[in-house]
Design a binder for this molecule. Structure first.
Ligand code: DIR
Ligand code: MN
Ligand code: MN
Ligand code: MN
Length: 311
């Protein structure tokens, strides 16, 4: 078991300043030390350096070339981390980075399953978005089924869809735009909205998630975790908080369960914005939760753990 960590201090997929501080803030809260303490080898690949590109909009779409360019760099980095044999961890940054992260992961290992934990579906196309923010659109670039709906954009020609709708599961949705809802229904995407978490409980949601994803064979799993999936009372320091989210315990349970499957191959932890807490305690709570989610991805169990050679 080893973690390969990439920092992606990129924020132009949305408009709120501060989300680029996520990677360093999560590191300085002791992520690497605590992973090592729990017996995990760690290689930190540092923060990606992004080219300065022209920030202009295309119609409503903000910072198109910057988003395309940053994701291209991330895709290459992600592929390299997977080729080195690590479980990859991408620290964001905003959720537009899932384009590069999932693209690069798939370039290295082939077909993937994706578990997307978020208040939002992030499946607007560049034509359905009404905010113009790319963090609300990454899934439209990744799905084979939406390829014909995505226009040609500057710095995006490298992106090739790499995921089938049947290999995607959403958990925690509670703020879905009408066009996104239409797309989810049209493609028959498996969604456990927050209502299903209420009805079934998180344990059954995770069992059904894994059953659904493994019926067609066991593919490596990419977990894309938006911190705004968790309730804003726990993780307030994020750009688009939505009331009524996952509890801390439900949030961690998701990571514990996926970790135990042995299929978890890469994790994104995005949208932590240290500039948006009202107090330092708000920021601490958000960042500490992010760290706990990542520890859960690397076999940490709340019942306790001990080394295999312990006598
Ligand atoms: C909205 C909000 N659906 C959009 N999306 C967010 O901008 O497309 N995603 N906040 O994380
Ligand atoms: Mn998101
Ligand atoms: Mn979100
Ligand atoms: Mn399972």
């Amino acid at each position: 078991r080893s973690a390969g960590i990439i920092g992606a201090a990129f924020w132009r997929g949305q408009s709120r300043l501060g989300v680029h501080e996520g990677p360093d803030r999560i590191r300085s809260s002791g992520l690497l030390e605590r992973l090592k303490q729990q017996g995990c080898a760690v290689k930190d690949y540092g923060n990606l350096v992004f080219d300065d590109v022209d920030e202009s909009s295309v119609g409503l779409l903000k910072s198109v070339a910057a988003v395309g360019g940053a994701n291209r760099r991330l895709s290459e980095a992600m592929k390299a981390v997977k080729m080195d044999g690590h479980t990859a961890v991408m620290l964001g940054g905003d959720h537009s980075l899932a384009i590069g992260s999932i693209h690069g992961h798939s370039a290295a290992v082939g077909e993937l399953s994706v578990v997307w934990v978020d208040a939002h579906a992030d499946i607007n196309t560049p034509l359905t978005t009404y905010t113009g923010n790319f963090h609300g659109q990454p899934m439209s670039f990744l799905l084979h089924e939406l390829h014909s709906k995505v226009p040609v954009l500057p710095n995006f020609s490298w992106v090739k869809p790499c995921l089938s709708a049947k290999d995607l599961v959403y958990i925690g949705l509670r703020d879905v735009d009408p066009a996104e809802h239409y797309i989810l229904k049209m493609l028959g995407v498996k969604v456990f909205s927050i209502s299903e978490v209420d009805r079934l409980g998180v344990a059954r949601v995770m069992e059904e998630t894994c059953d659904y994803l493994t019926t067609r064979g066991k593919k490596p799993v990419h977990l894309s975790y938006d911190i705004d999936a968790i309730d804003p009372s726990v993780t307030p320091a994020t750009g688009t908080p939505v009331v009524g989210g996952l509890t801390y315990r439900e949030g961690v349970y998701i990571t514990e369960h996926l970790s135990q499957t042995g299929l978890l191959s890469a994790v994104d932890l995005v949208e932590v914005n240290p500039q948006l807490g009202k107090t330092e305690a708000d920021v601490q709570s958000t960042v500490n939760t992010a760290v706990d989610l990542l520890l859960g991805c690397f076999r940490r169990l709340r019942e306790g753990n001990h080394p295999t050679d312990y006598t």
